[in-house]
Design a protein around this ligand. Structure first.
Ligand code: SF4
Length: 365
């Protein structure tokens, strides 16, 4: 089949929401023009979301500790327990942060941190219960497969048991953290102490079996090949295919380029070049094309900037992610946050869509 004809046939298949196999997806990634990929991804998005709505959420990222033994090459956040600036948040600090979030209209925290060997399962169970006692309607979008694997191993229990206990303590949904690229070849270099590909996927499957909504992510633009990006998508798609009918499974997918200028990763591999806007949009469009069974594709306006995010809304994305309240804007959070909401809504409107605030289950508020 001639190249152009093959591209058109495969794009047609994608628009019909059929699954592309690895070879087909790779062929498109390598050969289809950006405009064709964006157009096709937009068609799929219109099929899945005919309402012209672009959603966003107000939540707060709280990093519960920066002590972590993992030393991922791309991470500038983790500290040794004896570092001067090592910390574990106190309950008083949570309350201060959540009160700000509440006063600004949010009720979900994205609670993550390092893999701190001093924090055992009991610490998390007590923390979740205490937070839910103080704020009964607070949603805990917390931890991620690597932390679940780590906590379960320390405790000598299965990851499924660990998830069950955390759900009973108040865990509402599981972020897709620590996926990076789901290829052990890459993981062994960039994050060797973290959960393996198989563990990451197994924990997500278990979460779905337990009715926990989760999200899927990909951090790309480092050492992975195009083939490994496609494998990543297909592994997520396969897990989503076997989720129980009554579970939402992966409610969303987000891809972001690896960040940070002074990481060990860039020192060790100086040839890594920043992902261009074109490459980002192409990858986002490919995610929409390969993952028709994951309903929502997010674009992070904070990562790629407003203009690229607006373009992404015409190339597969239907969600603008979160207005995160950053640590450094807490003191003036009210003002900044309100500007943030206004700017978010204006950005969505300018792109030609209707902005809607949502919760983690993607229900409009
Ligand atoms: S697990 Fe990796 S990315 Fe997460 S805090 Fe530890 S070193 Fe950083």
């Amino acid at each position: 089949m001639a190249k152009n004809q093959k591209i058109n046939t495969l794009l047609e298949k994608a628009i019909n929401l059929d699954f592309l196999n690895h070879e087909e997806a790779l062929f498109l990634y390598k050969n289809a023009s950006l405009s064709k990929l964006l157009f096709t991804a937009n068609q799929i998005r219109e099929k899945l979301h005919p309402n012209n709505i672009v959603s966003y959420i107000i939540d707060r990222n709280i990093n519960l500790t920066n002590i972590c033994f993992s030393n991922c090459l791309f991470c500038n956040f983790c500290r040794n327990k004896n570092s001067d600036d090592a910390y574990v948040l106190s309950i008083k600090e949570y309350i201060e942060k959540i009160d700000v979030l509440k006063s600004l209209g949010g009720n979900q925290i994205l609670l993550q941190g390092g893999m701190n060997p001093d924090l055992k399962l009991d610490f998390y169970l007590r923390l979740f219960k205490e937070l839910k006692q103080i704020y009964p309607d607070l949603k805990l979008h917390a931890l991620g497969p690597p932390e679940i694997a780590f906590i379960a191993k320390q405790e000598g229990i299965s990851t499924k048991q660990c998830l069950e206990l955390l759900i009973n303590a108040g865990l509402d949904s599981l972020p897709g953290a620590g996926a990076e690229i789901l290829s052990d070849r890459v993981r062994k270099i960039v994050s060797p102490a973290k959960a393996s590909t198989e563990e990451w996927l197994k924990i997500m499957q278990e979460a779905h079996q337990l009715g926990l909504t989760s999200s899927a992510t990909m951090m790309f633009g480092h050492l992975e090949t195009l083939e490994e990006r496609i494998e990543h998508f297909i592994k997520l798609r396969n897990v989503q295919e076997i989720k129980p009918k009554n579970s939402k499974g992966f409610i969303s997918f987000t891809a972001w380029p690896v960040a940070g200028e002074s990481t060990k990763l860039l020192k060790k591999f100086p040839k890594i070049k920043p992902i261009t806007s074109t490459e980002f949009l192409k990858t986002l469009a490919m995610s929409r094309i390969i993952l028709p069974n994951i309903p929502n594709i997010q674009v992070s306006w904070l990562t790629m900037g407003k203009e690229i995010a607006q373009l992404a809304l015409h190339g597969g994305a239907n969600d603008m992610s979160s207005i995160m309240i950053e640590e450094n804007v807490v003191s003036q959070a009210g003002k900044n946050f309100k500007l943030g909401v206004k700017e978010m809504e204006e950005t969505i409107l300018q792109a030609g869509f209707i902005p809607k605030l949502r919760n983690q289950e993607y229900e409009y508020l």
